[in-house]
Design a protein around this ligand. Structure first.
Ligand code: KG4
Ligand code: ZN
Length: 351
């Protein structure tokens, strides 16, 4: 089937602080319009749900227009609408789900409420073509940190592990604040770390002791790491020494990258999976990318990673998952489905 014969899927994403509208045919990306409210959260040092919801309301229609323009299509050309049903911020999700329902009704087209986390994995198909399942996905962003086993992108995903406390991006943001760097912390820590020695300070790797590995094999914990950085900074300040920001940033970044990649590679090996997908905003981190590439290569695992604009929250990833679901001929969601802020990853498509 040629690309133009494949159904045109509109995807809507509003689970956190990015309003995303994407257009996709099959695994071909036609448009990916995103409006971020990140600047509005800077002074609070993190995403404020009420602020995010209001920003989605303001951005949804202009972002939809931009996506249609970018793809050179009209609303009448859309064959199906996919929208993030969860997980995410309740009020934020509601904006996208309401918009998706309104469009589906107005256009008389089917609506698919889909899982945000699986959407991150589906985005990879827009970059490098159809995935050969099973794949292990390492999802790392400001809101989530998970290792997923995706047996079938349209129907079946399992949560192998997740963070027990802070998300990886959240840890970057909090540690940045501790050492006087601005929000969002990730890019600023990476910049500072470039001048530092990653081996100068060895920060703890959470849940990697033999005992922890038994109970929390693929889980993460970053709160101990954050506390260790806080203590280290406090001690230096109390001694009247200048905090070596570059070394602290490099040591912290190394600890995060080490534990993330170690556990994701372990999951591939133990589950006999030979493809890993790395996605989420923290996947922009150069050290994390390098270490993942290195360790995957050493273990004979193929690493797949979409470009940055497809790694962070966006509507095209939701359209891509919608396209996979439509291609499989799965029944659409009912028009009265509710968004679910804690939608389990096992539910790829809501009923
Ligand atoms: O996926 P994303 O854009 O948004 C949500 O979480 O919804 O991820 C944002 C997170 C922030 O916590 C930010 O600090 C982190 O990704 N981030 C990075 C880098 N760029 C963004 N973390 C580490 N290194 C980076 N270069
Ligand atoms: Zn996300």
């Amino acid at each position: 089937m040629s690309v133009s014969d494949q159904p045109l899927i509109l995807g809507i994403e509003t689970s956190c602080d990015e309003t995303g509208v994407g257009l996709v045919r099959g695994t071909t990306l036609l448009a990916n319009a995103v409006a971020s409210s990140v600047d509005e959260h800077v002074r609070f040092g993190g995403v404020v749900p009420e602020v995010a919801s209001r920003a989605h309301l303001e951005a949804i229609v202009p972002t939809l227009r931009r996506a249609l323009d970018e793809a050179g299509v009209g609303l009448a050309d859309v064959d199906a609408v996919a929208v993030t049903a969860g997980p995410g911020l309740a009020g934020a999700l509601m904006v996208g789900v309401s918009a998706g329902k309104a469009l589906a009704v107005a256009l008389d087209k089917p609506l698919y409420g889909v899982n945000h986390l699986v959407g991150h994995v589906a985005a990879e198909q827009l970059e490098n073509g159809p995935l050969t399942e099973p794949v292990v996905a390492l999802l790392v962003s400001g809101g989530h940190t998970e290792i997923l086993l995706v047996e079938d992108i349209a129907t079946s995903a399992t949560l192998l592990g997740q963070t027990l406390d802070d998300a990886a991006g959240e840890a970057f943001d909090k540690v940045a604040r501790l050492i006087g760097l601005k929000y969002p912390g990730g890019p600023n820590i990476q910049r500072a770390a470039a001048d530092g020695d990653p081996a100068a300070i060895r920060f703890p790797r959470g849940l990697t002791s033999q005992r922890d590995l038994e109970r929390h094999r693929y889980d993460f914990s970053f709160s101990g790491l954050k506390t260790a950085v806080a203590r280290w900074v406090e001690t230096a300040e109390r001694a009247g020494e200048a905090v070596p920001v570059a070394d602290v940033a490099a040591g912290f970044q190394e600890a995060v990258a080490d534990v993330l990649t170690r556990k994701a590679v372990l999951a591939c090996q133990e589950r006999g999976v030979s493809t890993m997908v790395l996605a989420g905003g923290v996947a922009a981190n150069a050290r994390l990318r390098d270490l993942t590439r290195e360790r995957c290569a050493a273990a004979g695992i193929e690493l797949r990673q979409p470009r940055f604009s497809l790694c962070t929250d966006n509507g095209a990833m939701i359209a891509a998952l919608g396209a996979a679901v439509v291609e499989r001929g799965l029944p659409p969601s009912s028009l009265d489905f509710a968004s679910d802020s804690s939608l389990p990853v096992t539910q790829v498509l809501v009923g």
